[in-house]
Design a protein around this ligand. Sequence first.
Ligand code: APR
Length: 253
Amino acid sequence: TEMALSDAAKLLQKARHVVVFTGAGISAESGVATFRDALTGLWSRFDAQSLATPQAFAEDPDLVWGWYEWRRQQVQQVRPNHGHLAVARLKDHVPQLTVITQNVDDLHERAGSDTPTHLHGSLFAPRCATCSRPAPLPATTEEQPAEGSRVPPPRCAHCAGPVRPGVVWFGEALPEQALESAVRAASSCDVLLTVGTSGLVYPAAEIPRLAARSGAAVIQVNPQPTPLDPLAAVNLPGPAAELLPALLTTTWP
Ligand code: APR
């Protein structure tokens, strides 16, 4: 990977605008389960796809709210890893940096990337399912909701509707602002660094493809092959927490 690291470094050194596009894989080494990883993926344990839908919330709001509260409290127990920290350090080196994430955790923020674009929302932005007003985060109780436990969602202070997680569910549109700014950044960047995503879920997966079509050089960090391989000018096969710091020290020794 030394050759690939130096090729990637050459691209980053002369880049004016860099986009970092991340998926669940960048949080894997913090201990947050990915979705489709055969080993650690959430889906290998139980069918998240059936919980991450408006229908599931309508049918059983306590189960869905409980699952997301369990996931939020899992995130609060872990810390950003060296991959998140390297992404945050990028802003000290490149003239313009845009961080776009599919993740709903707050590990980029806690690593120092202050305004990542959350294409799939965030566990930390609950809102009323009826009137959409933002709702306060429930106080973190000392007892952890066990995985799969039912927790009745809080009620909206304004309209008494049920509070829902602030994440994008299957079948729902992505937040317009987030998608627009991601498309703008992908269309005008010189380098798009895609980290820890299987590149399978649209429209988010369109972002690296749009960057490549717009003439950006794509660098991929992933231990596994993905459909983005043919798109990448440089493929760095390996874990983000190891390769991203290595990429920064190779680029800016
Ligand atoms: N470093 C880098 N990449 C890793 C690591 C690691 N340490 N560990 C795993 N990966 C890679 C896997 O090889 C896989 O390609 O991370 C990717 C995780 O893929 P998914 O689980 O499909 O996650 P993601 O691509 O973010 O899914 C996109 O799908 O379920 C929806 O809304 C959800 O945002 C999510 C979207």
